[in-house]
Design a protein around this ligand. Structure first.
Ligand code: AMP
Length: 124
């Protein structure tokens, strides 16, 4: 799938639409999810143009992967989530219900999240 530069996170990166920014460095930008599913629900996105985790894992340079991964860890730490714990989630493709085609990691935390529960499969 080709990268669509008009996606909403690309527009956030270009400063065309606002976000609740928490952290930014050379590799990553972190901001609060607009529809939070937990007391802390933060999205961390790479600065580079990658559609999803699969694209990032295959195409990003080692420096980008390390820089991005460190940024995710830093943000979770800055949010004070290390002791209590947090969940990382990245959706790839239609079965995952990925909505925004720019790779992003969700950081979820701030309360006990319980086990990961998915919706049941629709009846055949
Ligand atoms: P995903 O389903 O993994 O693609 O998640 C996309 C996430 O982006 C959802 O949790 C949305 O609530 C969130 N989102 C969409 N638009 C914005 C926005 N403008 N600012 C912050 N979060 C957004």
């Amino acid at each position: 799938m080709a990268y669509d530069p008009s996606n909403i996170f690309a527009r956030i990166l270009r400063g065309e639409i606002p976000c609740q920014r928490l952290y930014e460095d050379h590799w990553a930008l972190a901001f609060r999810d607009i529809h939070p599913q937990a007391p802390h629900h933060v999205l961390v996105i790479p600065k580079g143009a990658y559609v999803s985790f699969a694209d990032f894992a295959a195409e990003a340079s080692a420096e980008e992967i390390v820089g991005f991964t460190r940024a995710v860890g830093l943000v979770a730490g800055q949010l004070g989530l290390e002791a209590g714990g947090y969940r990382l989630l990245a959706n790839h493709g239609p079965d995952s219900h990925q909505e925004v085609p720019h790779y992003h990691v969700h950081i979820l935390g701030g309360r006990p999240l319980g086990p990961l529960v998915l919706r049941p499969a629709p009846a055949a």
